[in-house]
Design a protein around this ligand. Structure first.
Ligand SMILES: C[S@@+](CC[C@H](N)C(=O)[O-])C[C@H]1O[C@@H](n2cnc3c(N)ncnc32)[C@H](O)[C@@H]1O
Length: 233
């Protein structure tokens, strides 16, 4: 994700420009912190106080120059219009959130409104075009068979969630004036790795393979997750 995001940022904005980044559903703040370390001004929105505490803990270990570039707001990502002015961000991230939102269109429209013209909207969603891949590769044949006909699924935490189809989101992004500019697959080969699996010694090669597959047809189309990048017109 980090590499894909950096590729999109490098292709859109001048090197060295301090970007205003909004990270909705920032979780423990992995991307938010990474971007703050890279010199950007980051605002994270998160609804879960436990996640906010984790993000703050991570942030506390950073030098002051980085800490002061991150602002954390507790709230619902659907209410960005309450907290921020339209057009006030260059980059808006919404990673790993849409699967928990039943009606994503109002959230997406709100996120697009936060972007300045030419700004980048980066979404990470569960891939609704290939939901049979995870159960199928895990040998769960009944689960795989059922998955062909639905975009609903139960995630590894046991939560009911929702996948999105590329064509649907492409239409939505066009409708909210942030048309799709690029898309990637994420977790093409590594989706069935156990949670907490040890990081392999050849992780750099693993990442090179995932990065390549994530931007190459037909591999990216069956990835567990889709990374969609829209650009505000
Ligand atoms: C799967 S985690 C992803 C975290 C982070 N974006 C990442 O990619 O590592 C999803 C996060 O979104 C948060 N979230 C879900 N729905 C939200 C909402 N409506 N408003 C704000 N945060 C939300 C959850 O609390 C959780 O921390």
């Amino acid at each position: 994700m980090g590499r894909q995001l950096d590729e999109q940022i490098a292709g859109r904005f001048p090197v060295g420009q301090r970007l205003r980044v909004l990270d909705v559903g920032m979780g423990q703040g992995t991307q938010a912190l990474r971007l703050a370390r890279a010199g950007h001004q980051v605002t994270g929105v998160e609804q879960d106080p436990k996640m906010i505490a984790r993000a703050r803990e991570e942030l506390a270990g950073e030098p002051e120059g980085i800490r002061e570039r991150v602002r954390i707001v507790q709230g619902d990502g659907r209410d960005t219009g309450v907290h921020f002015l339209p057009g006030s961000f260059d980059v808006v991230l919404c990673h790993g959130v849409l699967m928990y939102i039943e009606e994503p269109d109002p959230l997406l429209a709100g996120l697009a409104r936060m972007l300045a013209p030419g700004g980048l909207l980066s979404l990470l969603v569960r891939n609704g075009d290939a939901p049979a891949m995870r159960p199928g590769l895990s040998g769960d044949w009944a689960g795989a068979l059922a998955a062909f006909d639905t975009t609903a699924y139960r995630n590894r935490l046991g939560l009911d969630a929702r996948a999105d189809r590329l064509a649907d989101l492409t239409a939505t992004l066009a409708g909210i004036a942030a048309p799709l500019h690029a898309w990637y697959g994420v977790r093409v080969f590594t989706d069935t790795a156990a949670d907490g699996a040890e990081i392999p010694a050849d992780v750099e090669t693993l990442l090179a393979v995932e990065e390549r597959a994530g931007k190459t047809d037909p591999y990216r189309g069956v990835a567990a997750l889709l990374h969609l990048c829209g650009v505000r017109g």
